[in-house]
Design a protein around this ligand. Structure first.
Ligand code: GDP
Ligand code: GDP
Length: 486
């Protein structure tokens, strides 16, 4: 349960500089999202033993309004809604501007813990100037220089002091061991519609489990006698429009629900097509080694568009190749299931195991099979393969297709064991893990999948050096002659 810390403030006060400084040097980055290093706006970090997610709201492209103030206000409003602690950054060189005063007013009214950072205090004189920020009514300004890093430790101390006390969700313990299924995706793809459809159909035992985070509403439901916890990331209703900023926050919310789930149902808007955000979320699910189901939603609209196109242009127009952005485009170039299957496989290459379901939450088309799949995937993640069976399969695989040989040295697999379930984790003891090639790992994974299933879930393969080999290598380094094994 990671708290969220948002950096807000006017443009050019140094929010991105601070974020990069903190994420790059000061904080131990706990996890990194795939594909986010270049344009990273959030990072899971640790300071004083507290883990939290840091967000640079300057990186959120907010609204299209020209007025700077309304953009800042939107950013601050989002920060207040989403974050546990807000770092309000101001610029010592420019002093408190009218916009700063307005933001301070919003923050004070919200009652959120705020840490006031007076940036660009590079010199002693500038640090002295920062006293004027007391007038913002947010307590002591912490002077810092985001560029040099001076003062950032004090800022982080103040942030960790302001974090809510760490706590386990009360519901968490009680429902331990039950399948946890998260419904995730961008705004407007149909998450609430799916949740409502499921809740309208299954027996709801406890709604809104206490201890739920601000990111999700957890509900205990029963499906054909099997109890499960549904993690609903859409349940937190948001006022107003869905802008780009909301979308970026929604990705953060999704990742936090994914961390807590066994199986993630990734919903995609079939009319919109697959976006970079969708791929981003899928990448996170894969890296977290959760189960994954890809739902192409609003299939009723896609079908309708297809039907219209067929009527209008005869059969030839029914075949399409390009992704569309809206319904009108879809009517010109309709997408069928084959098109989508190919697109999913292409965009989500890293997760060929994830089933694709075409559904319509609104008309309840195929929503039954989503839960069925999720439960089956949950079960397959619990599977334990006997060591004997495992080694037989791997030995046979290595016989059919030999492990890589690097500079005359072959990789040898001595022994395989399943160390964990959920996610299924296999440890391969080998002579030298550095000899492993990615394609061979892929091959071994496929062989395991062929033999044992694991449909719908990532599995982990770890390669470790066998203890005796490590000893042998050390001996060799020391210059002793060790008879080579044959
Ligand atoms: P943002 O719009 O709030 O994200 O601001 P940026 O991080 O892009 O910074 C705006 C400008 O202020 C950049 O030119 C930074 O190099 C500069 N800047 C940021 N922090 C400091 C600082 O501590 N001292 C000085 N002198 N300049 C800074
Ligand atoms: P969320 O933001 O992901 O929770 O999305 P919602 O469930 O609020 O859905 C956004 C909009 O899409 C609403 O107007 C829904 O009625 C509509 N919608 C959701 N699923 C479907 C569907 O399968 N078919 C159609 N036609 N509309 C849908």
């Amino acid at each position: 349960m990671k708290p969220l810390v948002a950096i807000v403030g006017r443009p050019n006060v140094g929010k991105s500089t601070l974020f990069n400084k903190l994420a790059g040097e000061r904080l131990a980055i706990v996890e990194d999202l795939p594909g986010t290093t270049r344009d990273r706006i959030y990072a899971d970090a640790e300071w004083n033993g507290r883990v939290f997610t840091l967000v640079d709201t300057g990186g959120l492209e907010l609204g299209s309004e020209d007025k700077i103030m309304s953009r800042i206000a939107e950013q601050v409003r989002l920060g207040i809604e989403e974050a546990d602690v807000i770092i309000f950054l101001v610029d010592t060189r420019s002093g408190a501007t009218e916009a700063d005063v307005e933001v301070a007013e919003m923050l004070r009214r919200s009652g959120k813990p705020v840490v006031l950072g007076a940036n660009k205090a590079d010199s002693h004189a500038q640090r002295m100037d920062a006293v004027e920020f007391y007038a913002l009514g947010l307590g002591e300004p912490i002077t810092l220089s985001a560029i040099s890093g001076t003062g950032t430790g004090d800022l982080l101390d103040a942030v960790t002091d302001a974090l809510p006390p760490p706590r386990e969700a009360e519901g968490e313990e009680e429902y331990a061991g039950l399948p946890r299924i998260a419904i995730v995706g961008r705004p407007n793809v149909g998450k609430s519609s799916l949740v409502n459809a499921i809740l309208g159909q299954e027996r709801v035992i406890v709604s809104d489990i206490p201890g739920t985070t601000r990111d999700t509403i957890d509900t205990l439901v029963e499906h054909k006698g099997q109890r499960l916890v549904l993690l609903d990331t859409a349940g937190i209703r948001r006022r107003g429009h869905v802008g780009a900023g909301v979308e970026r926050y929604s990705v953060i919310r999704a990742t936090r629900a994914i961390d807590r789930c066994d199986v993630a149902v990734l919903m995609i808007d079939g009319v919109e097509g697959i976006t970079a955000q969708d791929t981003h979320i899928a990448g996170y699910i894969h890296d977290a080694a959760r189960g994954m189901i890809i739902v192409i939603n609003k299939w009723d609209l896609v079908r309708e568009a297809q039907r219209k196109a067929e009527e209008a242009a005869g059969l030839e127009a029914a075949v399409s190749l390009k992704p569309g952005g809206n319904l009108a485009a879809l009517e010109e170039e309709p997408h069928d299931a084959d098109y989508y299957r190919a697109l999913v496989r292409d965009r989500f290459k890293f997760a060929p195991y994830a089933p694709v379901i075409f559904a319509a939450a609104k008309t309840k088309y195929h929503i039954n099979i989503i839960l069925e799949h999720a439960l089956r995937i949950w079960e397959t993640r619990q599977q334990r393969i006997s060591t004997a069976q495992l080694n037989e399969v791997v030995r046979e695989a290595a016989r059919r297709h030999h492990p890589p040989v690097v500079q005359g040295r072959p990789m040898r697999i001595y022994y395989v064991t399943q160390a964990e379930v959920s996610p299924p984790t296999f440890i391969f003891f080998v002579n030298d893990p550095s000899l492993l090639h990615f394609s061979y790992q892929r091959y071994l994974e496929n062989q395991l999948r062929q033999a044992f299933g694991f449909e719908g879930t990532a599995v982990r393969l770890e390669f470790r050096e066998r203890q005796s080999d490590r000893g042998e290598r050390d001996e060799r380094k020391k210059g002793k002659r060790v008879p080579s094994r044959r």
